[in-house]
Design a protein around this ligand. Sequence first.
Ligand SMILES: [Zn+2]
Length: 375
Amino acid sequence: MFNSFMVKITASFISFILALGTFFGAYKAPKTQDASKYFDDNIKNVIYLIGDGMGFNHLEKTKVERNTELVMDTFEIKGSSMTRSFNKKVTDSAAGGTALSSGIRTNNSAVGVYPLDKTPRYSYPKSITELCMERGMLTGVVTTDETTGATPSSFSAHEADRDNTAELTADQFDSGINLIWGHSNGVATKSEAQAHGYEYISTYDEMMALEEGSYSYAQFTTQLWNLEQTAPYTPTLEQMTMKAIDILDDTDEGFFLMVEGAHIDKKSHSNLSDEMTEALKSFDDTVETVLEYARAVGETLVVVTADHETGAITPEGDGYVFTSGDHSAADVPVLVYGSDKLIANGEKLNNYEIPIRIAYVLGFDETQFPVAVIV
Ligand SMILES: [Zn+2]
């Protein structure tokens, strides 16, 4: 009797310790603690491209169905990322984005906050965008999604819920990020943007007229993901990305730019093969242009990855098919150009390690990232 009671107590104690271990495990990066190992003196700029929902088989499906090669296949350094969130095996884009921006795992729906966050909060994890800004680097967030989509928000806001659009918008206006560009979220207004020092733009021509080092908030109103401009006034992801680089790249401190192709995920949720592969091709064209820039200019780390896989794409016959309308737990690609310090070829790492290592490549150390901002 006594023995079985003790066994139960011991068992609960052990599971409690294991739970604690899991909890603190989310904040530690055992494999990445030696920052100096990752430092690369040659790197000044970072371009971080996120194909939302893009698994390995998204690339295969696109190549087969569009009979095309992909620039993403040509990277010499390729690894994979394990995408789970703090509380779920299958992450959503908020927790996935937070892992990629802040070096921690959080709960699904949470944007740039800790898993146990309750508003009002006392601390939040610093994002890599904020870290780079502190060094004087110029920063930008570009997406085909709404400006307050889960992924761009993870790099520019801290809120307990991805659906808090007004709060996310307010965070972005207070962020100090040079440019935040995407599809209109229906909440951000021109007057509010201007009151916070941002030029408010909504057309291709307005975007192209922006000056180097300027501050801008873009609310484009038509589709942003296609291979071609869908209206005379709407840029493609590639056009947005090149203009963003042009605005950001004229300081000695360097720049940090996050670029998201959101419709790989959206079209996978709907199992729309033609539109998914078009969105992926558009993303790949953007990667190509970014690589051309990095090759020409040097000093630029290019990282391409995804927050999770969507659609559980599986080989079938000569092709690839969607087998789900949701996210899956499949690992996703990590492609690197510009430095051999970030990952070893073939390395498999946790999603949250990616921004930690990017910070270390830039010369930040364990005391600087990941860290909590006390508010
Ligand atoms: Zn996502």
